[in-house]
Design a protein around this ligand. Sequence first.
Ligand SMILES: CC(C)(COP(=O)(O)OP(=O)(O)OC[C@H]1O[C@@H](n2cnc3c(N)ncnc32)[C@H](O)[C@@H]1OP(=O)(O)O)[C@@H](O)C(=O)NCCC(=O)NCCS
Length: 182
Amino acid sequence: MQIVDLTDDKEHIDQVAELLKDGFSDTGTVGWSTDEECLREVRDSLGEKKISRIALDKDNNIVGWAAGAPLYENTTWELEVLVVDREHKKQGIGSGLLGDFESEVKIRGGLNVFLGTDDENYRTSIGGDELYPDPLDKLRFIQNIGGHPFEFYKKRGYAIVGVLPDANGIGKPDIFMSKRLT
Ligand SMILES: CC(C)(COP(=O)(O)OP(=O)(O)OC[C@H]1O[C@@H](n2cnc3c(N)ncnc32)[C@H](O)[C@@H]1OP(=O)(O)O)[C@@H](O)C(=O)NCCC(=O)NCCS
């Protein structure tokens, strides 16, 4: 596998948009369900100061994509999207892209990576639950009940640092995670 910058190449942009649409088609994610939304997201990732990286297999097919942008000046970067082609999951590509994203952040002088990982279809123990009045109470004991990616990030050294209850509708929280790059 090779990881390189996504460039303004129409064929690559179309492939990544398709990967994004398919990759989130069964997560309940709102906003990346049409071709137009996905193309816009991919094109936005090429903006100034952003990181947009693709993983290529030995035949130069795109098998994964990671993109993000700085938050809090340059200190903390948000990983805005990470997706691996469904036929290539569980082969280390997501880990490779995440490690590469962290390296790119370090090169730019960043100290932390932050991300939000939504639970829109009740794949964790806090999805569908009432988190108020003390959201952190239930967050502390979160369980993965349906292959939610928060566990993938935990394995890569990310800590759960917060939650926005009802971020995507009642009972559909966004789980915040971060990692210090030292
Ligand atoms: C989440 C995702 C990027 C992981 O990519 P991947 O290439 O399959 O991950 P890796 O092969 O590098 O897995 C690394 C480890 O995490 C584990 N893992 C991967 N996905 C997981 C999941 N959904 N739940 C629990 N563990 C998971 C793997 O089993 C592996 O564990 P091991 O080191 O003990 O063997 C990929 O499944 C994906 O694109 N999902 C759809 C889009 C998505 O949800 N993106 C994240 C949004 S925040």
